[in-house]
Design a binder for this molecule. Structure first.
Ligand code: NAD
Length: 370
């Protein structure tokens, strides 16, 4: 049994490393003859500058070639740091002229949520492929407009669901699909953090589209869906928000939600702006898979129990083990080989539909059938 997990782990590690190649074509002959596709980053905030931009150095098929910001000093600072020439530095006002820039193949939108739809549509109309951060938009109607704009322009659209490129999550999905822990009965996922500054955009509905669910609870929604491998048929939820708390005048704090999947599998999710969680667990009739932290920027830990054998599973690191670089390269490879990203616009739309049902259940106090 122990050996069995070992063997599986090794195979899965290899599988994880080969994921982007498997999904988008062979890595033996570099697609595009080794040309790295150029990314323009739109929005030079925390996630863009601290997590995404530093990872281009680990990419095999992607490079950073342009920056878009409303703040000239940021364009200057990051332009210098990353060697981006002045002609490839854009403001929001002249962003559409990116159309004529051959250095840019893909536009990566890392703006507040309510701006995702507008910039995705503008990027597609400028003839560029699009990577858009989660949540894809603030409504399913906007998601549909984004999908339509990219389809009309014949451009790819991918959502920044980095956990789908993270080795422990890839291995957890593989174990779940292979029924390594038997028939699944329950999946649980909690995500949350204690939010600070009450003036930030995340707490302004007009910019965020909602509270903790839109920002961090979406990881629980995604994880329940990717571990289940099926779509919920009904959703119910319970919310608690202290409206006297200055942070929560406009947005919800905590929501617990339940999904029923067609197979009878139950999903239990939690989202919070007032407590810390980063957890995913699938329980089957032969054991369980538990990730904590599950979807953080790094340091994932996974324990698996099958029968009476319990151990930590750590997929080997290697090229492709960096979730950020793997995510960036996945879209580049999909563009180069004309494949559909594994987390495309339709996948972002599915999450928005489920989140809208969670909000509806919360408001109407009843179970919503999907
Ligand atoms: P941030 O506040 O650090 O950055 C937002 C950027 O947008 C800033 O550069 C800001 O100047 C710019 N901006 C433009 N117009 C603005 C406006 N009207 N109000 C506020 N800012 C404006 O936020 P962030 O944490 O970088 O988040 C940006 C996006 O990335 C969000 O959609 C968020 O959900 C997503 N994100 C994803 C992950 C992930 O792990 N995938 C992590 C963090 C954030």
């Amino acid at each position: 049994m122990t050996e069995e997990i070992d063997r599986r782990t090794t195979l899965a590690g290899l599988g994880a490393i080969g994921l982007t190649a498997a999904a988008c074509g062979s890595a033996q002959v570099p697609p595009g003859g080794g040309r790295k596709l150029g990314y323009a980053i739109v929005g030079l905030g925390s996630y863009a500058t601290r997590q995404i931009m530093p990872r281009f150095k680990d990419c095999r098929f992607s490079r950073l070639t342009a920056l878009v910001s409303g703040t000239p000093s940021k364009l200057e600072q990051y332009g210098e740091e990353y060697g981006i020439p002045g002609r490839n530095r854009y403001s929001y006002a002249n962003f559409d002229s990116i159309r004529s820039n051959p250095d840019v193949d893909i536009v990566y939108i890392i703006l507040p949520n309510s701006m995702h739809a507008e910039y995705t549509v503008r990027a597609a109309r400028a003839g560029k492929h699009v990577m858009c951060e989660k949540p894809m938009a603030v409504s399913s109607a906007e998601c549909q407009q984004m999908i339509a704009a990219c389809r009309q322009a014949n451009r790819k659209l991918m959502i920044g669901y980095r956990s789908r490129f993270q080795p422990h999550n890839i291995e957890a999905i593989r174990l779940a699909r292979s029924r390594a822990v038997g028939k699944p009965g329950l999946i649980e996922s909690e995500h949350g953090f204690t939010i600070g500054d009450p003036t930030q955009w995340r707490l302004k509905r007009a910019l965020s589209g909602g509270g903790s669910l839109m920002d961090i609870g979406i990881y629980s929604v995604q994880a329940l869906r990717y571990m289940a491998g099926e779509e919920p048929v009904s959703v119910s939820s319970t919310e608690f928000t202290d409206r006297r708390d200055v942070r929560f005048r406009d947005c919800e704090d905590r929501i617990a939600f339940n999904f029923l999947f067609p197979s009878g599998l139950i999903g239990q999710g939690f989202s919070s702006y007032n407590s810390n969680h980063n957890h995913l667990r699938l329980s089957g009739d032969k054991g369980w898979i538990d990730l904590d932290p599950a979807t953080s920027y790094g340091g994932q830990k996974m324990r698996v129990r099958i029968g009476s054998d319990e151990r930590e599973v750590d997929p080997p690191a290697g090229p492709g083990a960096n979730q950020f670089a793997a995510q960036l390269d996945h879209l580049s490879q999909c563009v180069l080989t004309n494949r559909e990203p594994i987390v495309n616009g339709e996948e972002g739309l599915r999450d928005l539909r489920v989140m809208e049902a969670i909000y509806r259940s919360m408001k109407e106090g009843r179970t919503i059938r999907l």
